[in-house]
Design a protein. Structure first.
Length: 181
């Protein structure tokens, strides 16, 4: 990949309007077409033919993130009727939503590496939850940046990384790895 193409790469926020039980959801279709895709996933217990099974499903069925250039992504978005760009509210309604690389990197690292990761919607986060800005030094979450959050009655330390206005993820972290910014 050329340096110019690499500099135009962004994490685009897309919507998948297919049904939740679709055989080929958009994140699988995009991966098959060579795109780097991230969809926040969670475990769920479901019943199939009378048997309870554990399956992994998207946290928010229509939310996915794709790392690409707009030129490469546009033809597929135009071809697949159930795939759309997400647009922001307010002044940014004319251009598709994107997520900064560092924010996305922190979010994905916590979501992928921690079994205790919990997804939180922006409206569930209260200002009193936010603590100091921290970074993690060492361990599986090395170099992640976020906020130290407190939950009532808990003595465990947690980091919160938010994709502004979309979704946040929090995970437990060992106090020895915390560095205050």
């Amino acid at each position: 990949m050329t340096e110019n193409a690499e500099s135009n790469m962004e994490w685009y926020v897309l919507r998948d309007l297919k049904r939740a039980n679709s055989k080929l959801p958009a994140y699988k279709l995009l991966e098959e077409n060579g795109f780097e895709v991230f969809t926040p996933m969670k475990w769920r217990i479901a019943t199939r033919k009378g048997t309870r099974i554990r399956e992994i499903v998207p946290v928010i069925p229509d939310l996915l993130f794709v790392k690409s250039t707009r030129d490469k992504l546009n033809p597929l978005v135009e071809k697949v009727a159930t795939l759309q760009y997400r647009y922001g509210r307010g002044n940014s309604f004319k251009s598709p939503m994107t997520v900064p690389f560092k924010e996305m990197e922190n979010f994905m690292k916590i979501a992928k590496s921690s079994l205790s990761a919990t997804y939180v919607l922006p409206e569930e986060i209260t200002p009193s939850m936010y603590g100091k800005k921290i970074s993690i030094v060492g361990g599986p979450l090395d170099e992640c940046e976020g906020y130290l959050i407190t939950l009532r009655g808990s003595k465990r330390k947690r980091i919160l990384v938010e994709l502004t206005g979309l979704l946040a993820v929090r995970a437990e972290v060992d106090p020895e790895f915390i560095r205050f910014c």
